[in-house]
Design a protein. Structure first.
Lengths: 279, 259
């Protein structure tokens, strides 16, 4: 109804603001007495552990697929979709592949889930605080003398989050396909194993993480000015909003489970354990 | 009850220091009660702002044990063992003791372009409940300016005050941008002059808000996404171009005389 809008500039302010006035309180980085440093320490520990493990797993290039040697087909989420000509037989569901020489198949695709998490609003909060100390905690001084936020390169790239979200959704479709395929028993029929449940849990949590994303909420309906004129988008927005409130929980849970899934598939594939089959 | 030691910043623009006041702690007191008792007994010249004592005026915002809080809503029984430190809000220039000059915020408020509705249609404007509800949360703001105080963009970088509105005003911009009757487009203004890109969404504003407004999730991030719509999303840009062209073509066709 009122779609046409005109760009406006700031109204002239008559209030005089003195910059550089003397501030009250002592010149110390913080007066907080609680354990404000604990949260950054936990975040650094978990994210660093994940990055080290994911890097190691991505460069391995082996033990990422359980095929004919097992009862159910299982593929690690770090290697799905497997699009390299060097992929293990049966792991490529696409029918086409890229020749990347001896490069691990995981390295072709990991930029997309990595980019989704790196540009995620929740993870940004976490790593700006924990790694960059900008600031390390609320009311604790920023560790940097100059600050330009996300206005310049490279951090202006954070604005591409919605594109990584689109790729994330495409990956979720593929991982859901992998999860469904894991219920198929090699040789015919359907059944359930620990591996198929782990892949299903992984796909579910990744869907919840993606659908609770702030960009998703905006695309669903947040971008409209009037909910009353867009009732379907309003309904979608109302579905996305309670999920969005749990985005942090889904971010951590999906991170843990994606690593756990890779560990499980790796152990089964290498023969260290057998995939426990329920029926 | 036991005694409590209050460590209060005393000073003005020429300098200051902590002064300790030890007094008996009474049951059910908040920090502002204790400050008032100090004024009444030991330091009648201790300056602090207060008004409603009910967490609704935002006047008594200060930093208690290093965190921005309303003095009237902070119970003494919540405080850990040891002296309780009370300092003025750090981001704004001090006037005296616990009183700061918050005129930066009034200047930012003046800069916000007001709501501009379209010409009144026949029968008047109509607002629907779902549109009213959307911005209701933002109207809970009591302007205590603790979100401005805790925001590291201006707390730790004084020079950014020249080009950064701060969380309190991003709420206001979000409220206007989500208003169905507004015809102003503030996205360029928010990006270029109000410094939305400086916010790195560390959510401290949300953490300290006494009204529990989800400042980051419901105002700042939606504004960032709207700026992405306008400036960083080539698909959205292409869509706007096509829609505009289609609209212009339809208008042209409408004014063409029939053959």
């Amino acid at each position: 109804m009122f779609e046409e809008r005109k760009a406006v500039t700031a109204v002239e302010s008559s209030t005089q603001v003195v910059l550089g006035g003397t501030r009250g309180g002592p010149d110390v980085s913080t007066l907080r007495q609680d354990r404000w440093w604990l949260q950054p320490v936990i975040t650094v520990s978990i994210l660093t552990s994940f990055v080290i493990y994911a890097t190691w797993a991505a460069f391995q290039g082996v033990n990422y697929f359980v095929g004919a040697t097992g009862v159910h087909e299982l593929i690690s989420p770090f290697y799905s979709p497997c699009l390299s000509t060097s992929c293990v037989e049966g792991s490529n569901s696409f029918g086409f592949a890229f020749n990347v020489g001896s490069l691990s198949p995981a390295l072709i695709i990991l930029i997309f889930p990595l980019g989704f998490r790196m540009t995620c609003y929740y993870y940004r909060r976490s790593y700006y605080r924990a790694f960059w100390w900008s600031p390390p905690a609320c009311a604790v001084a920023d560790a940097h003398t100059n600050y330009s936020g996300e206005t310049r390169f490279p951090l202006v790239i954070q604005n591409a989050h919605r594109y990584f979200f689109y790729f994330g959704v495409a990956f979720n479709v593929l991982l859901t396909y992998d999860a469904i395929r894991s219920f198929h028993v090699i040789g015919g029929g359907w059944g359930v194993s620990v591996g198929s449940l782990v892949l299903t849990l992984n796909a579910t949590l990744l869907w919840l993480y993606s659908l609770s994303c702030h960009a998703c909420r905006h695309i669903c309906g947040g971008q409209v000015r009037s909910f009353s004129q867009h009732p379907i988008r309003h309904k979608l927005w109302k579905l996305a909003t309670p999920l969005n409130a749990k985005h942090m929980n889904f971010a951590w849970a999906s991170l843990f489970v994606v690593a756990l899934t890779d560990v499980y598939v790796r152990l089964v594939s290498s023969g260290a354990i057998r995939d426990l089959v329920f029926f | 009850m036991s005694d409590v030691t209050m460590r209060i910043w005393r000073g003005d623009s020429t300098g200051g220091q902590f002064e300790n006041y030890t007094l008996e702690q009474n049951e059910g007191e908040v920090v502002l009660d204790v400050i008032h008792r100090i004024q009444a007994t030991e330091a009648p010249d201790l300056a602090c702002r207060w008004n409603c004592k009910a967490g609704k005026c935002g006047s008594c915002a200060a930093e208690i044990n290093g965190k921005p809080r309303l003095m009237c809503m902070t119970r003494m029984s919540e405080m850990p063992e040891g002296p309780v430190t009370v300092t003025p809000m750090k981001t704004f220039p001090i006037i005296r003791d616990l009183v700061t000059d918050v005129s930066f915020n009034y200047a930012q408020a003046e800069k916000v372009p007001a709501l501009l509705p379209p010409p009144m249609p026949e029968g008047g404007y109509r607002m629907f409940q779902e549109d009213v509800e959307r911005s209701q949360e933002f109207r809970k703001c009591i302007e205590c300016f603790m979100c401005q105080d805790v925001c590291h963009v201006i707390r730790d970088h004084e020079d950014n005050k020249q080009h950064y509105a701060g969380p309190r005003f991003f709420i206001r911009y979000a409220e206007l941008e989500m208003h169905p009757l507004d015809t102003n487009d503030r996205r360029d203004l928010i990006r270029e002059d109000m410094g939305l890109g400086y916010c790195n969404i560390t959510k401290c504003c949300t953490e300290v808000c006494p009204e529990h407004i989800k400042i980051t999730d419901n105002a700042i991030i939606p504004l960032k996404e709207r700026v992405v719509d306008a400036h960083y999303d080539p698909v959205a840009w292409l869509g706007r171009k096509i829609r505009r062209k289609t609209k212009v073509s339809a208008q042209d066709a409408a004014v063409q005389p029939a053959p």
